[in-house]
Design a protein around this ligand. Structure first.
Ligand code: FES
Length: 69
């Protein structure tokens, strides 16, 4: 789905950047341009970022390799 219409960024683009090491909205902004024009996508982009980070850390948490705090 499109998250940022102004820059043509989808949730897949955001997930790909998280896999490549992005951890913050600032990084997504620099890498993809998310929320750099009208800004209406900020809330949704933050939600996709949070979800992607959680998905990425889930296997480490379940294996006890990451502190849950
Ligand atoms: S929809 Fe993302 S900056 Fe406008």
């Amino acid at each position: 789905m499109y998250v940022c219409v102004c820059r043509g960024v989808t949730d897949s683009h955001i997930r790909r950047e998280v896999e490549a090491g992005a951890r913050t909205m600032g990084e997504l902004n620099r890498r993809l341009g998310v929320a750099s024009q009208c800004g209406k996508c900020g809330k949704c982009a933050r939600s996709v970022l949070k979800e992607a980070l959680a998905e990425e850390s889930a296997p480490l948490l379940s294996a006890g390799l990451l502190c849950p705090a």
